[in-house]
Design a binder for this molecule. Structure first.
Ligand code: G4P
Length: 527
C-alpha cells in the first residue's frame, strides 16, 4: 500500500482551517460505478456498502428488490420498470477515508443525467462482466468519463463463472477503449475454482483457504504472473490520474472476492477531490473559501414534503450549517439552514462538509443545475452541459382548465432536468425535448402523480434543436425570418428547431455569421 492517507506535504500548515481542510480532503473519495446493465453494479454496490459498514444484512440476502422498494417507492415508474431513474448518494467510511458513492441512473436514456453525475465525481469504477467483456453501455459511459479525464478503476466481475481469459480481457479493454490496462490483482483459479486474488503490488495472496504451491491454481498463477509482469504495463499513478491508464481488479461481487482489494486501492491512490474549472480561474480543492456546484435537482423526493432538493458538490473550503452563501447566478445571499447528507433514502443534517462531499440543499426553485455557491466571490463553475435533445414532442393537455398548472409543472420539471422545455416564439404550445423516450414516460408519470395533470404527446414537425448564438442584431433578424421554427429555452436562450439534419445544415450554411450549437454549457452566457 502507498503512503498513509493522511500524510501531508512537509510545508502544509499543521493547525487552523487550512490544515483541517487539507486533512479532510486527503481522505475524501467521491466516485461512481459505471457498467452495462447486468454486469453486477447493484451487487458490487451492496458489497462495497457492506464492507464500509453502511448496510447490515444477515447472510446473503438479495437486497435488490427490497432496496428498490425502500429507496424509491416515491416513484411508481421506477418500481414498475425495475430501473433506477434517480441518482442517489451513499456515504460510508472505510480504511480511514470517507467515501461518497454517487449512483448513476442505470438506463441508457438518461445520458444527460448521468453526465451531470459524472461531473461531480473524482473517479469511476467500471464494472465489466468477465464473460462478456466491454459492452455498449460501458463504452458509452467510459467515453463520458474520458471527456472529463476522470480516472477509471476497472473491476472485472463474475470471475466465479465461466469467463474469458484474463489476458484476453485486459487486451480487449485496452484496444476497445484505447486505455492502458495495468493488472492490480490477478485471479487465483477460474470459474468454480476461483478462490481469491493475488495482489501484484503488495505481492500478497488473498484467498479464503490456504493453497499448496502444487495446487493447479497456484501453478497457473505462477505462470500467468511471469507473463503478466513481463508483458503488461505497471501501475503508474500520474497516468491513472490523467485518465490514461486503468488499474484492473478481478473478483466476484456475489462471492465477495476482490471487493476489499478495490476499496483498499481507492484508499491508497484515490484520487482525492480534484480541482475544478470556473470561467475565470481554477478552484483548488484545498482553498479555504467554500465553493459548491449544483449538479442535480430533485423535486418531491418525499411525497409528504413537497420539497425540492439541490444536490451540490463541495469543490473547496468548509461548509458549515447556518453559514451565508452567495448564489452567484442571481447575485443574492442566502443562509444555509438545513444542508443534508443522504444515505439512500435517509437524510441527516450536515453540520460540516468538505470538498468531495455532496449535500442536499432544500429550496423552492431558486437553485438550478449548474449554479455556483460561494462565500462571496463571483465564480461560475463550467462543465455542466445541456445536450441538444434528439426527440421533440408537443405537450397535449387533456383538461384545458389546468393550463396554468401545467406551465408551472413543466417549468419545475425542466429546471430539475427531467426534460428540456422550449417555448415557441410564435406562442404555440410548449415543446419538450428529451434524449431518450423513457424521459417522456417519466414526465407523464410525474405530471399526473405529483401535479395531478394528465397529458399526452403529439409529434412536431421538428427533429433537431440547436442553440443559436451570434451578434444580437443578426440574431434578431434571423429569429424574425424563422419565427415559426424559433423557441426559447428555460433560460430564455434562443433555439432553432429544424425538421431534418439537411434543413439544419442548410440553415447553418446560409447564416454563416451565426453559430448553431448542439451543446450548451450551463451557466455560460450564450449571447
Ligand atoms: P446490474 O446492477 O449491473 O444490472 O447487475 P446486478 O448486480 O443486478 O447483477 C446482475 C446479475 O448478475 C444478478 O443475477 C446477480 O446476482 C448476478 N451477479 C452479480 N455479480 C455476480 C458475480 O460476481 N458472480 C455471479 N455468478 N453472478 C453475479 P440475477 O439472476 O439477474 O438476479 P438475482 O436473481 O440474483 O437477483
Amino acid at each position: 500500500m502507498d503512503a498513509p492517507v493522511n500524510a501531508e506535504p512537509a510545508t502544509a500548515p499543521t493547525s487552523g482551517l487550512a490544515a483541517t481542510i487539507a486533512r479532510e480532503i486527503a481522505r475524501r473519495r467521491t466516485f461512481a460505478i459505471i457498467s452495462h446493465p447486468d454486469a453486477g453494479k447493484t451487487t458490487l454496490t451492496e458489497r462495497i456498502l457492506r464492507a464500509g459498514g453502511a448496510i447490515q444484512m444477515a447472510g446473503n440476502v438479495r437486497a435488490k428488490g427490497e432496496r428498490r422498494r425502500t429507496r424509491s417507492d416515491w416513484m411508481g415508474i421506477e418500481r414498475d420498470r425495475g430501473i433506477s431513474v434517480v441518482t442517489s448518494v451513499m456515504t460510508f467510511e472505510y480504511g480511514g477515508c470517507i467515501f461518497n458513492l454517487l449512483d448513476t441512473p442505470g438506463h441508457e436514456d438518461f445520458s444527460e443525467d448521468t453526465y451531470r453525475t459524472l461531473t461531480a465525481v473524482d473517479a469511476a469504477v467500471m464494472v465489466i462482466d468477465a464473460a462478456k467483456g466491454i459492452e455498449d453501455r460501458t463504452r458509452k459511459l467510459f467515453e463520458i468519463c474520458r471527456l472529463r479525464d476522470i480516472p477509471i478503476v476497472t473491476f472485472i466481475n463474475k470471475m466465479d463463472r465461466e469467463a474469458q481469459d484474463p489476458f484476453t480481457l485486459l487486451d480487449e479493454i485496452s484496444s476497445a477503449l484505447a486505455l492502458d490496462t495495468a493488472p492490480a490483482t490477478w485471479p487465483v483459479g477460474r470459474a468454480a475454482q476461483f478462490v481469491g486474488t493475488y495482489d501484484l503490488r503488495a505481492r500478497s495472496l488473498h484467498v479464503s483457504t490456504p493453497l499448496e504451491q502444487s495446487d493447479p491454481r497456484m501453478v497457473q498463477l505462477a505462470e500467468d504472473l511471469e507473463l503478466a509482469e513481463a508483458a503488461l504495463p505497471v501501475f503508474d499513478r500520474d497516468s491513472f490520474n490523467a485518465g490514461h491508464l486503468t488499474p484492473v481488479f478481478f473478483g466476484s461481487a456475489m462471492k465477495e472476492i476482490g471487493v476489499t482489494d478495490l476499496l483498499d486501492a481507492l484508499v491508497a491512490f484515490g484520487p482525492p477531490p480534484r480541482d475544478q474549472a470556473t470561467e475565470s480561474r481554477t478552484v483548488r480543492a484545498d482553498e479555504t473559501g467554500l465553493t459548491a456546484l449544483v449538479f442535480k435537482i430533485q423535486a418531491n423526493m418525499d411525497p409528504n414534503h413537497r420539497d425540492r432538493m439541490a444536490f451540490a458538490r463541495i469543490c473547496s473550503g468548509r461548509l458549515e450549517r447556518g453559514m451565508r452563501l452567495k448564489h452567484v447566478r442571481i447575485g443574492k445571499q442566502f443562509a444555509l439552514h438545513t444542508p443534508q447528507f443522504f444515505f439512500a433514502r435517509d437524510r441527516q443534517l450536515a453540520e460540516e462538509a468538505f470538498a468531495g462531499d455532496v449535500v442536499g440543499i432544500p429550496n423552492h426553485g431558486t437553485l438550478r443545475i449548474g449554479d455556483t455557491l460561494t462565500e462571496g466571490e463571483d465564480l461560475r463553475f463550467t462543465g455542466v452541459p445541456h445536450f441538444a435533445p434528439e426527440i421533440l414532442r408537443r405537450v397535449r393537455l387533456d383538461d384545458a382548465m389546468k393550463a396554468k398548472k401545467l406551465r408551472q409543472a413543466l417549468t419545475e420539471l425542466a429546471e430539475e432536468g427531467v426534460v428540456q422545455l422550449f417555448r415557441p416564439q410564435d406562442g404555440a404550445p410548449p415543446i419538450v425535448g428529451v434524449v431518450g423516450t423513457l424521459q417522456l414516460d417519466v414526465l407523464q408519470a410525474r405530471l399526473s402523480g405529483e401535479y395531478g395533470v394528465a397529458i399526452g404527446f403529439e409529434s412536431t414537425p421538428y427533429n433537431l434543436a440547436r442553440w443559436v448564438t451570434g451578434d444580437r442584431a443578426k440574431l434578431e433578424t434571423f429569429a424574425m425570418a424563422n419565427r415559426s421554427a424559433m423557441a426559447d429555452d428555460l433560460d430564455g436562450d434562443p433555439v432553432f428547431l429544424a425538421g431534418s439534419a439537411f434543413m439544419m445544415r442548410r440553415t447553418a450554411e446560409m447564416n454563416l455569421d451565426l453559430s448553431f450549437h448542439d451543446i450548451k454549457q450551463i451557466g455560460i452566457e450564450t449571447r
